[in-house]
Structures are given as C-alpha cells and as structure tokens.
Design a protein around this ligand. Structure first.
Ligand code: SF4
Length: 213
C-alpha cells in the first residue's frame, strides 16, 4: 500500500474551499457524510479529496450487484485495505446477490446505462440512505458518480429518490469527476496497484465483456 502525505497527494491541486459545495451553495462544514462506495479505484481519490477538505467520511460498501461472490470479495478487500491506510471508517452492507437479481427481474436484457442500471443504483443507494438515517448521517454521496462509463444524471436521480423516505438525509450530487479527480483516480489506481475490474459488476455486464473480447 502506497501512502502519501497531505501535500504529496494534492500537490498539483490548488486548495479550493469552494469545490465541495452542496446544491444550495453551502459548504459541507461539520455535517456527517456517508460515502457509498462501489470499489477502490472509484473511491480512493474521492476519499482523499474529502480528507483534504476536512471531511472524514464513513464509507459504506453496499454492492449486492457484484457477481460472482469471488469478485465481490476481491473488490471489498481492495477498498478495505485502502481505507485502513487512511484510517477512514468502513461499513460493509449485507451481500445478497439473489435478492438483487430478483429485484432486477424483467430488466435482464436492458443495455448498460438503461433502466436496469437506474434500478440498480436505486437499490444500493436506498440501502445506504437507510443506513445513513439510522446512524445520524446528514449527507449521502456516492463514488458511482466518478465513473465516466456511468450516466451522472441517472445516478443523481437515483440518489434523490433513495433519500425520499429518509427526511433527515440529503443526497449530495457532487460531480466527482471534476477538480482533477479523474486524473487522480488513475494515478492512485497505478500507485496502489489496485485490482482494476473490467466490468461494472453484475452478471449482465460480465456477459457483455465476454462478448466484446
Ligand atoms: S451494469 Fe452495473 S449499474 Fe448496470 S445493473 Fe449491472 S451492475 Fe448495476
């Protein structure tokens, strides 16, 4: 595991207090943040950015979409080892692929970025919102938004729907691709030697990868 000092990590990035703004224009301040994480490569730069701005999130790993379970365990191990190096709290949700699969019924043939993905985002973010509400977190955001393969509007819509039943929690639709984070993501991937999955997570995305290769 590669570790970095504060200035090494963001040496090339200027301090921008205004980068992390909530939709109403206010700063995160002392609000408690739950960061839903999909994997280490998508999470590392975001976690560092939050720490850099004085925000220590709790990371919530809720990804029952991942198939098979060996793949799930690898992705979980990678994010856990990174967070341990940063002393950032990690919470693992229950892994239940059978339930996730049942919830996606009828949408098996949908393409990526289609309605199955919307439901998948909602599934995971609703579980994160429920955890946030039960444990006193004010803000929920997600590393899903860092992937350029995913549709940001789709993720933000799912996040807003996810918190509807939990009035104490606000979904924070930060664009985690901006502010140099896309470049930093790739750098940290290389420096930490993260396992870099080649498919989104579910069996359908794995099948697509097989067809494409
Ligand atoms: S392709 Fe990715 S986002 Fe879409 S349903 Fe599968 S795991 Fe979920």
């Amino acid at each position: 595991m590669v570790s970095f000092s504060f200035y090494q990590v963001f040496g090339e990035m200027k301090s921008k207090r205004s980068f992390l703004l909530l939709p109403d224009g206010t700063e995160v301040g002392r609000r408690r943040v739950l960061l839903h994480s999909c994997c280490a490569p998508c999470s590392a730069a975001i976690v560092e950015c939050l720490l850099r701005h004085g925000v220590r999130p709790t990371v919530f790993f809720s990804n029952s979409n991942i198939y098979p379970d060996e793949e799930y365990l690898i992705r979980r191990r990678e994010i856990e080892r990174f967070l341990a190096s940063q002393e950032v709290p990690f919470v693992e949700d229950e892994y239940d692929y059978a339930h996730w699969r049942q919830t996606m019924r009828g949408l098996e043939g949908e393409p990526e970025r289609g309605s199955r993905c919307s439901r998948c985002f909602r599934y995971r973010l609703t579980r994160a919102a429920a955890y946030a509400a039960a444990h006193g977190f004010d803000l929920l955001t997600t590393t899903l938004a860092s992937s350029r393969w995913k549709n940001l509007e789709q993720i933000n819509a799912a996040g807003c729907e996810a918190v509807e039943a939990f009035p104490s929690v606000t979904f924070w639709p930060q664009n985690w691709r901006k502010g140099g984070l896309q470049e930093r993501r790739n750098e940290l991937l290389r420096l930490n030697g993260f396992y870099n999955q080649q498919y989104c997570g579910c069996e359908f995305s794995a099948e697509r990868l097989q067809k494409d290769t």
